[in-house]
Write a protein that binds this ligand. Structure first.
Ligand SMILES: [Zn+2]
Length: 334
């Protein structure tokens, strides 16, 4: 056999024949699996030899380098690598390990002066470009800033009802929150303001993500009641006519900050709602109005409040109020 293979022509033919039969054999799946296993095993054994491993790695790197010269192949491979990396980095342990490895590699690479210089140069260049961009965009940034200030904090957190600027708010849908492992019941309790898009501020977000109801959540009984229409339309003096108590207090501005504070005593004057209301003329149309003065003390000349009130509106409001728990508890009837 060896003698015959020495003949060049014969060897060529023989190799071709072998390759052909090999190819036919590999079409058989079982054979292919077995053979791949065998090859992997052989490779593993050979790679145990250090010299072979180095040689093999070099060969592989070389082959990869040649293949990567093709742009398409490079793009495909980069995509594949990024994908694998993304999946692997989802594992916390792997990520920590990899970050450590990268930091270590960077530390070693920095020991090389040339690398350090190059890195410095790159950083400086990046800084330069970003500054340049900033300068060019300054006017755009300024007008953006001004329009944001003008708009003000108008985004309402669905959980605490606080007002926020757009950048403090993250938007979610119920599905997104459910995907984070939160129960629907919990989401319904926590998101007090029912909108299709749930807006959450940083504080609420932190608590909700750890499955806790935020301290300032509206669902903790902190929500204001909806004011019924019949009470919304009341003027200042009309409100005082039907309120069971009139508190008198001195409110002053505090310093320059335009906040307000209470000064002195608070005088709480109880009123007779039924007398107040029954004194108003009983027969009226919707358009009747009467002039009314509220005196703080009868000996005073000037009225504390002087307004034109609408008896019809006052009657409608008081009829609503006497049906409410607070007025029932106080025993107010008309
Ligand atoms: Zn909030």
């Amino acid at each position: 056999m060896r003698e015959r293979r020495a003949n060049d022509e014969f060897r060529l033919l023989d190799n071709r024949r072998r390759a052909k039969s090999h190819k036919a054999e590999r079409q058989n799946n079982e054979f292919k699996t077995q053979e791949n296993e065998r090859r992997a095993e052989a490779l593993k054994i050979s790679r145990e030899n250090d010299e072979f491993k180095t040689e093999d790695n070099k060969r592989r790197a070389e082959a990869l380098k040649i293949e990567r010269q093709s742009d398409e192949f490079k793009i495909q491979e980069n995509k594949r690598r990024a994908e694998t990396m993304k999946i692997e980095r989802q594992n916390d342990e792997f990520r920590i390990e990899e970050n450590k490895r990268r930091a270590e590699a960077l530390k070693i690479a920095r020991q090389d002066n040339e690398f350090k210089e190059e890195e410095k140069r790159k950083n400086a260049l990046r800084m330069y470009y970003s500054r340049d961009k900033y300068k060019n965009n300054f006017d755009a940034m300024k007008s953006n800033y001004e329009s944001n200030i003008k708009e003000g904090p108008t985004h309402i957190c669905s959980c605490c009802g606080g007002l926020w600027f757009a950048y403090s708010i993250r938007e979610y849908t119920i599905e997104m929150l459910a995907n984070k492992g939160l129960k629907t019941e919990f989401i319904n309790t926590v998101c007090y303001l029912k909108h299709a898009i749930i807006k959450l501020c940083a504080t609420c977000r932190k608590d909700i993500m750890s499955n806790k109801i935020p301290n300032l959540a509206l669902s903790n009984g902190l929500a204001f009641y909806e004011i019924p229409d019949c009470l919304k339309t009341l003027t200042e003096l009309e409100k005082r006519l039907i309120s069971p108590r009139i508190p008198f207090m001195v409110i002053r501005t505090l310093g320059f900050s335009k906040q307000f504070g209470l000064k002195g005593n608070l005088v709480n004057v109880s009123m007779n709602v039924d007398t107040n209301v029954s004194i108003l003329p009983r027969s009226f149309s919707d358009t009747y109005t009467i002039q009314l003065k509220l005196m703080r003390q009868m000996k005073n000349k000037n009225a504390f409040m002087y307004e034109t009130i609408r008896p019809k509106v006052v009657h409608t409001a008081v009829k609503y109020l006497v049906q409410q728990e607070l007025y029932k508890d106080e025993g107010i009837v008309i």
